[in-house]
Design a protein. Structure first.
Length: 65
């Protein structure tokens, strides 16, 4: 079936924090994600920053009467 190749450039002893499988035709992409161990920022905090940046970058049309 599929051959698993060891990743020698980014070796870690811990398990990934999230794993996502995406199917594209006959190919399955497996993405593993790791979070920083000593972080104090939550995913909700990061998403709030993204939304604030998008809101600040959005051009608001000027209304003329």
């Amino acid at each position: 079936m599929t051959e698993k190749k060891p990743n020698t450039t980014n070796h870690t002893d811990r398990r990934p924090d999230c794993v996502t499988e995406i199917r594209m035709g006959n190919t399955v992409l497996v993405v593993s994600g790791f979070f920083k161990k000593d972080t104090t920022v939550t995913a909700a905090d990061k998403m709030m920053k993204v939304l604030e940046a998008e809101t600040a970058a959005t051009h608001k049309p000027s209304y003329t009467a």
